[in-house]
Design a protein around this ligand. Sequence first.
Ligand code: PMP
Length: 397
Amino acid sequence: LFESVELAPRDPILGLNEQYNADTRAGKVNLGVGVYYDDGGRLPLLQAVRKAEIARLDAAAARGYLPIEGIAGYNKAAQTLLFGAGSPLMASGRVLTAQALGGTGALKIGADFLKQLLPNSRVVISDPSWENHRALFERAGFPVDTYPYYDAASHGLDFAGMLAGLRALPEQTIVVLHACCHNPTGIDPTFEQWQQIVQVVKDRNLVPFLDIAYQGFGDGLEEDASVVRLFAEHDLTMLISSSFSKSFSLYGERVGALTLVSSSKEEATRVLSQLKRVIRTNYSNPPTHGGTVVSTVLNTPELYTLWATELAGMRERIRSMRIQLVEKLKEHGVKQNFDFVLKQRGMFSYSGLTAPQVDRLRDEYGIYAISSGRICVAALNTGNIDYVAASIAKVLA
Ligand code: PMP
């Protein structure tokens, strides 16, 4: 049966991690990861999460099946993060949410549902995008193209290219947009640019699929939702995938949500019934632990405040690493201007390092990054930043 099965290519990021783990040099640094580490280089367990977990253990609740669409309080809280407390859109009953297996799971059930609805549509993703976007939508049966995004010359956004690319799309093309903290570049359109993007999406009758995996890592929980709210104000029907993996540091618990904005309450009921069929035939219903923890934190005022403070701490630490990286590169004699790193948002930076420079960083200095030059700023800390800056200076010299 399995004789003809070919070996699949290795996941490039996981491959990099294996190489890093096998490296015996003491000062090695892994900037290839996609997770937040604290200043001690550890994956944090948030206090708000810990408290919610203790409360859950104490409650000694039985582990029955959840509803197909997950925990109601979780879904409501996920909507509130997106649209804000007191959102008239939520009050209208047009919004529906299903708890999902991380942001990836949300994208996947969204993709499967869209394939039923628009079997002949295409999907477009940014060039570049999170590498799983293409694979995931292709697996769901869609042809996947790209729209222009990154401009290497300016280390910024190719906004004219992006807008022209979107304008040229056939109606009902599914457009995947990073609502904040673009992965992998760290470059987001400005709010004014988003206003133009939303207009093109509307004029061209495109289908927006907003991916928000880093809410709270850009400028703040509310600020980072501004693009979602802008799209909502334009009365667009859309899909939104949320991930809480990073914002709760709960990567392995698979906490995410898929939210759909429909055009009426009655339509929402029909849409949810079909989405539930997609879920039922994939994994039946979501797991309890992560969802309960996130729901408890989001729905308990003092835990919410604690969480928001801890999240702000992560955001500020990343920002401080951006500032220090730019300063230290200058101190180590780098002549090139790296100020663009300060404008980028979220965990990542397209550093502008070339693939041969990335190779040298790894081979000569034990510093691991992705060949595209993407570095995880959240893996920098006060203990390794000087070494990283000095090593980058040497490969740039
Ligand atoms: N979208 C983007 C843009 C991401 O960067 C990620 C995670 N790296 C995801 C979705 C998936 O998130 P999760 O780990 O919750 O599945």
